[in-house]
Design a binder for this molecule. Structure first.
Ligand SMILES: [Zn+2]
Length: 385
């Protein structure tokens, strides 16, 4: 029987109870609520739950009495799936962690201040702050007492709970699936790869990471890597692997990638794939296949407006042929959308991609890209499930 303990923490109004309820109802976890443990202890001691009483308890039993009591309760249980709820102070987590090691994982629930305030207001319990100002004052005090920032730094998973209950449940499901979805999406231009990446990202709540976005973001944030990348981009030179891999590394170390990510447009070459392999294990490579002729047909039908830059193609046709819907200017075919230019791009694509696919051979799945967007996604869904 393998013990699985999930510790849940978050600031007031972040939705800790909703997380606990869902883990209990859907995944049959037993909830040990630290607030209840404390209440029970206070009752046995014949004291209250005010700050002075708690201080006295700490004096009597030591600073970590509540965490130690909770560990004892868990050890006395026969259950193997346990949630420790209402965890607040760093030691509430560190003491059980010392005891249960890798069998315990910390889930941190984050939500914006205004969202949390609205939740508290709706709850309308006695003593709840009535204005955002009151709320902020209380938060400041809580921050000092509970050291949220410190306990948050131990997070194994971070749930972003600013949305609906449904969004919250989706994120919990994702954590419970446990299976990491570290995905690479490969496909030539015109394969509809970007659309599929977006759909996978939404379905599984894992971030869609494209190198183009990474460059833009790093440049916007003014980071050292961004400044380096910008130099190359401005000169029209490919950004060197060293810089790209460091940007990818930085991105996938963020919390939202803990259960997976979709890399789009990376790795492009064998040497990039080897570099990536040294920092993260990829469990699935989705290779969307289309014939060059389809690629060429799709891309060479693309027309762009000379004035506003709007792009039209097979799917989005202009109302009047050769004229932009928005500004009525002339549409033209860009040089790099001409069949000869596309052929050249595809040649490079195949030359670079074949070794990458060979490298990841054991986890590559080929997908027929000549189907509708929905059919392609169905195929991908079948593989990921
Ligand atoms: Zn236009």
């Amino acid at each position: 029987m393998s013990l699985k303990i999930l510790a849940v923490t978050g600031r007031i109004g972040s939705g800790k109870n909703s997380v606990e309820d869902y883990l209990r109802d859907k995944y049959e976890y037993k909830i040990i609520n630290m607030a209840d443990v404390l209440r029970q202890m206070a009752k046995e001691e014949g004291c209250g739950l005010d700050r002075q009483s708690l201080q006295n308890l700490r004096k009597k039993y030591g600073n970590t009495f509540l965490a130690e009591k909770t560990v004892k309760i868990i050890e006395g249980l026969n259950d193997n799936k346990i949630v420790i709820g209402s965890m607040r102070r760093p030691e509430d987590f560190l003491i059980p962690k010392q005891k249960f090691n890798d069998n315990i994982k910390l889930i941190v629930i984050e939500a914006r201040k205004d969202v949390r305030f609205q939740r508290i207001k709706k709850r309308g319990r006695e003593g709840d702050p009535k204005t955002i100002k009151e709320f902020e004052t209380q938060e400041k005090k809580d921050e000092e007492i509970f050291e949220f920032k410190k306990i948050f730094s131990y997070a194994d998973y971070v749930i972003d709970n600013n949305g609906t209950l449904d969004d919250l449940h989706k994120q919990i499901d994702k954590i419970m699936r446990e299976k990491k979805m570290n995905i690479i999406l490969i496909g030539p231009q015109g394969s509809g790869k970007g659309t599929q990446a977006k759909m996978i990202s939404e379905k599984y709540s894992i971030p869609h990471i494209s190198t183009g976005d990474l460059f833009r973001d790093a440049i916007k944030r003014g980071t050292a890597l961004g400044a380096k990348a910008e130099k190359y981009i401005n000169q029209g030179i490919l950004v060197p692997d060293e810089i790209v891999i460091n940007l990818v590394k930085e991105r996938i170390s963020k919390h939202d990638c803990k259960t997976g990510f979709i890399l789009d447009g990376f790795p492009r070459t064998l040497s990039q794939a080897k570099m990536l392999d040294s920092i993260v294990k990829i469990n699935c490579v989705l290779n969307i296949n289309i014939n060059d002729s389809v690629s060429i047909a799709r891309l060479s039908s693309r027309r762009q407006c000379r004035k506003c830059g709007e792009i039209y193609g097979k799917e989005v046709k202009p109302k009047i042929e050769g004229r932009c819907d928005k500004c009525k200017s002339e549409l033209y075919q860009r040089d790099d959308d001409k069949p000869e230019a596309i052929k050249k791009r595809l040649e490079i694509y195949h030359r670079q991609t074949i070794p990458v696919l060979k490298y990841y051979k054991s986890v590559v799945h080929d997908i027929n890209g000549k189907q509708t967007v929905e059919k392609i996604f169905e195929e991908i869904f079948g593989i990921l499930e």
